[in-house]
Design a protein around this ligand. Structure first.
Ligand code: HEM
Length: 411
């Protein structure tokens, strides 16, 4: 693929077959410095000056380690600077810098430590068992995404937050719209994208407002933690509470869902790796989970904005420049990973950057996601060792989220 034909801002690029995208990123990584792209056009935000695509592992690690220069404050989750009304729902800590970011993160970080996640292990296991029970009852196949992959992370994050089951569908539907990237299954008419995104934000904001005021809310629910929290004597505002809630429920369910779906597809295409895992499940599952997250890279990129002129690995970045950190590409960097596009659960190189680079925004939910993926595959492969995906995944039309909307499975 010639460099002149690669345009990461063109959604058609992301619809190309995997092998072509892998070849294109190899071309980008072989360039002497990051390539600059024009910004994608969206109806509700003016196009900015373009961005540098960081595609090499070393660049992404270094930029992540230097948040004073490569900041998140002007938005980490969108290429464009979004209109202010978006802050109401999406102006959470992922789009902030320290010290405010660190103070907000500290409010909930304890709930996501390995020790706390261990306390959830029985719940994760019980839900995984229920999911496979239902799958078998409805067998001999189904839509793996909606019947399996989506259910576990949705249930667990809702339990942690204190969201009762009758609201799961609201959370699921709103997350799909928020992370749709404009996919027509969730946003039929792109000219209404802003309205639909803000509407989804408002529904989640209404939900947290009603739950925060409910007498049934458990003391240890994260909504209660957020409601009680205060920073330097000040409570979170309703806007802060709402956007924090939205960040946690959206980040907590969609990414892990996609990792589980990609995982089944990877094991289907690589039966030798499934056999390796099954012959020593407990010894190998940790490596398998990392390898799934590496190759899936459910979050394709995050944005940073340059705060002052700065040279890094031979390239001069100017104040105000936007950079996108393409984790999906760094995770296939031939300078770090041998035979990088191969699924190899015994791989020891890395670390990959599927959960982000080393820095203050490293995924808060990484331990939780790892446990969910491991438990789900243990339950699936113990009870249905032959389960496989059938046909190609129906992929989300997005450059930001490497999503799978539907995936037929049989067993
Ligand atoms: C941040 C990926 C699961 C919550 C991030 C970032 C990535 C990521 C790449 C970095 C953002 C940045 O540097 O700007 C993933 C993947 C997951 C996953 C691939 C699953 C396989 C989860 C789960 C939760 C979660 C289960 C649970 C709530 C968060 C939060 C942040 C974050 C709150 C923002 C952290 C901050 O700004 O300090 N995630 N994530 N993630 N993730 Fe995850």
């Amino acid at each position: 693929i010639p460099l002149s034909e690669i345009n990461l801002s063109d959604i058609a690029f992301w619809e190309r077959p995997m092998a072509e995208r892998e070849a294109a990123f190899a071309v980008l990584r072989a360039q002497p410095g990051p390539i600059r792209f024009a910004e994608p056009e969206i109806s509700f935000a003016p196009p900015g000056p373009g961005y540098h695509a960081l595609v090499r592992h070393a660049d992404i690690v270094e930029a992540s380690r230097n948040p004073e220069v490569f900041c998140s404050g002007r938005s980490a989750t969108s290429v464009q600077d979004l209109p202010v009304e978006f802050n109401e729902y999406f102006g959470s800590m992922i789009n902030m810098d320290d010290p405010r970011h660190a103070r907000l993160r500290r409010i909930v970080s304890r709930a996501f430590t390995p020790k706390m996640i261990k306390q959830f292990e029985a719940d994760v296991q019980a839900e995984a068992t229920r999911i496979v029970d239902d799958l078998i009852a409805g067998g001999p196949g189904g839509d793996f995404v909606t019947e399996v992959a989506a259910r576990l992370p949705l249930k667990i994050i809702c339990d942690m937050m204190g969201i009762p089951e009758e609201h799961y569908q609201t959370v699921f539907d709103a997350s799909n719209v928020i992370l749709s990237g404009g996919d027509p299954e969730f946003i039929e008419d792109l000219s209404k994208a802003a309205e639909l995104l803000l509407g989804a934000g408002q529904r989640l904001q209404d939900l947290v407002t009603s739950l925060a005021g409910s007498r049934d809310l458990a003391d240890d629910a994260l909504i209660a933690t957020l409601t009680r929290a205060n920073i330097d004597g000040e409570k979170l505002t309703m806007q802060e509470l709402g956007s924090f809630f939205i960040l946690l429920v959206v980040a907590g369910n969609e990414t892990t869902r996609n990792a589980i779906s990609h995982g089944l597809h990877l094991f289907t295409e690589n039966p030798d790796q499934r056999a390796l895992l099954l012959s020593d499940f407990d010894g190998r599952v940790g490596g398998a989970v990392e390898e799934i997250v590496r190759l899936a890279s459910p979050v394709t990129w995050m944005r940073r904005t340059v705060t002052r002129d700065h040279e890094m690995n031979g390239t001069l970045y100017r104040e105000g420049d936007k950079v996108l950190l393409f984790y999906w590409s760094a995770n296939r960097d031939e300078d770090v990973f041998t035979d990088p596009c191969r699924f190899d659960i015994l791989r020891t190189e890395g670390p990959h950057v599927g959960f982000g680079g080393p820095g203050p925004h490293f995924c808060l939910g990484a331990h939780l996601a790892r446990r969910e993926i491991a438990v789900m595959f243990r339950e699936l492969f113990t009870r249905l060792p032959q389960i496989r995906s059938a046909g190609e995944p129906d992929r989300l039309r997005s450059s930001f989220i490497n999503g799978i909307k539907h995936l037929t499975c049989e067993f």
